[in-house]
Design a protein around this ligand. Structure first.
Ligand SMILES: C[S@@+](CC[C@H](N)C(=O)[O-])C[C@H]1O[C@@H](n2cnc3c(N)ncnc32)[C@H](O)[C@@H]1O
Length: 244
């Protein structure tokens, strides 16, 4: 066994196991250890649930705890200690896969873990397998064209409320908004104020058994959606409706 293993960042897609790539399957069948982020309360990992069909039975799966907080100090401590744990395996010559929901380079803990490992040991080989993002799967499920011809599209986070939406809405043709659940009401009020309610779709738990798509947000103003929810906004939809 070589002295240093490889760190693989593997995207497993947003929910439907059929959306795991062949390359991800290949890696998940041959690495020595699989790591998955889990809540601090239990060992539940949706990424692992999705990948469980393809990870070989004899490969150990280790869960890493990440606190659900915005406290940078606490988060940094968790990234560093989890990075050290992964690095111990890599230094023993083991190939490890860190699996993430959707794509590893899009709003994923993998980014922090990769950077922490590279700070600790810049010589560690890193290989990344892209995953189908939540919003690409949601666009397919709702038959929503993300962008066409000369249009632009902007991906923003709603974790801090409607601020990012206000910042970009007049500079883009289409918006994808992730992490909308916590500030859903504020975000929806802003969408309404901008006159975009009828051009917005809400997709929750895409690809999972209880997937839910709302095409008319007027019907869904007061109920907070689940954590796995996103919004797809198409400004052109507004123009077309205004013209008719
Ligand atoms: C930490 S981000 C992970 C993004 C992921 N890496 C990706 O490529 O899509 C979590 C957010 O992604 C979105 N998300 C992830 N999976 C989803 C799903 N199956 N259905 C709807 N939204 C999802 C939600 O907006 C959620 O709050």
């Amino acid at each position: 066994m070589p002295s240093t293993g490889t760190l693989y960042g593997v995207g497993v897609g947003p929910g439907d196991p059929g959306l795991i790539t062949l390359k991800a399957v290949d890696i998940l069948k041959r690495v020595d250890v699989v790591f998955a982020a889990s809540s601090t309360k239990n060992h539940y990992s949706l990424a692992m649930n999705i990948a469980s069909r393809v990870v070989s039975k004899h490969i150990p799966v280790l869960f890493l705890k990440f606190p659900m907080t915005r406290d940078r100090e606490r988060l940094k401590k968790a990234w560093d200690s989890n990075a050290k744990e992964i690095l111990e395996h890599i230094r023993k010559g083991k190939d490890v896969a860190y699996i993430t929901l959707g794509d590893p380079m899009t709003y994923s803990t993998f980014g922090y873990i990769m950077q922490a490992i590279q700070r600790l040991d810049p010589s560690v080989p890193v290989s990344i397998v892209p995953g189908i993002t939540s919003y690409h799967a949601a666009a397919a499920a709702s038959r929503h064209i993300i962008a066409e011809a000369e249009e632009s599209f902007t991906v923003v986070s709603g974790a801090l409320g409607a601020e990012q939406l206000r910042r970009i809405i007049h500079h883009t043709d289409n918006v994808v908004m992730l992490k909308v659940y916590r500030n859903y009401k504020e975000i929806l009020d802003e969408i309404n104020r901008l006159g975009l309610t009828r051009c917005t779709k809400l997709i929750s738990r895409c690809g999972l058994e209880d997937e839910h798509i709302v095409y008319n947000l007027d019907n869904c103003r007061d109920k907070m959606p689940p954590y796995l929810s996103l919004l797809l906004i198409k400004k052109k939809g507004l123009k077309e409706e205004d013209e008719t």
